[in-house]
Design a protein around this ligand. Sequence first.
Ligand SMILES: Nc1ncnc2c1ncn2[C@@H]1O[C@H](COP(=O)(O)OP(=O)(O)OP(=O)(O)O)[C@@H](O)[C@H]1O
Ligand SMILES: [Mg+2]
Length: 297
Amino acid sequence: MINDKRYSTAYGVTANKHPPHIKKQCTKFANGFAIGSLCIPLCSTQDIQTITCHSFQSTKEAVFSAEWHDTKLVFKSATSYVNVLHWYDNGELKYPSERDFLYTVKAIVKNKINMNISHDTAQKLARLKPSYQEINLSKRRREMDNLWVLLQDNEYLLSALYAERDIFPQLLGTCGTYFAVEFVEPIESSPTTFLSISDNRKEWGRRLKIALLILELLDELETGFHEPYHLCDIKLEHFGLTKSGNKVKFLDLVSVYSKSIVGAIIRQIGACQKDEDCEYLDCRGKCEKKRDNVALL
Ligand SMILES: Nc1ncnc2c1ncn2[C@@H]1O[C@H](COP(=O)(O)OP(=O)(O)OP(=O)(O)O)[C@@H](O)[C@H]1O
Ligand SMILES: [Mg+2]
C-alpha cells in the first residue's frame, strides 16, 4: 500500500468525481500497482480536472481530455491484453534482470516497428522518466510492470520513441497503464471543416494551409524515418493543428505502422482475388496474381 496521506485523504474526494475507469486506475495507484508522474495529480491532489470523454465508440478503454494547471492534456489507456512480466519459480516471485529487460525492450521495438535501437534509446524507453533510474527494487518492479504494458501499445511506443520529433503529440507523463499527451486541436472540431459549403476566400485560404500542413506531415512520415510510416486509420479528426497554427500532428497512433510492418500485416491476409482483398483499414495492398494470388503492399 502507498503510504501517502495526501492520497488517502484526497482520494475519497477526487476519485469519487472520476468516471469508473479512472477510479480503477486510482485504486491501482492506492494499492501500489500503478505508478507514474501523473498519478498524484490525477488521483491524489485535485490538480488534473475537467475530464471530458472523447469518443463514444473508442477502440481504447479510455480517451479523455483534462486540464492540469494551464496545460490541456489527453489521457489514453494502453491496451492491456498482455501477459504479465513476472513469473514464479518454486513459489518465488521473479522479474527479468535489468539486462534482460533492456533486451526485451529492444525486441519489442524490433517486433513492432522493425527497427534496431541503440542501447541508449532502449535505456530511455526502459524507464518512465528517461533520465531517472529507480533504485528501490519494489518500485522498479512496478515501473517495469507498467512499462511492459505501455511499451506494447503502439501509440505509447511511438510517442515515447519519437518524443523529440515534433510530429506526434508530446508525451507528458503516465499513471499506471494510462499515458497523457499534449492536447492538439483536432481539425474537424474547428469552425471550418473540409466539407464547408460557404466558401469564402478566408476559409478557402485556411483549408489550403491545412492541406499543405498535412502534406508536410505526410512527407516527413515518408522520408524522415528509418523507413516510411503509413497511416492506416485516416479521418480528419485524427489530424490536429497545433496552437501556433503552423504544424499538423497525427493524433491516433494505434494504426501508424512502418512500411515493412504494414507489408507483413497485408501478406498475412494470404490468398486474394483482387486488390480490394489486400486492405488493412486504410492501408491498401496489391493482389500479386503472378505469384499464386498473394497479397503484397
Ligand atoms: N492529443 C490529442 N489532442 C486532441 N484531441 C485528441 C488527441 N488524441 C485524440 N484526440 C481526439 O480524440 C478522438 C479519439 O481519440 P483516438 O482516435 O486516439 O481514440 P479511438 O479509440 O481511436 O477513438 P475513435 O474510434 O473515435 O477514433 C480522436 O478522433 C481525436 O479527435
Ligand atoms: Mg481513433
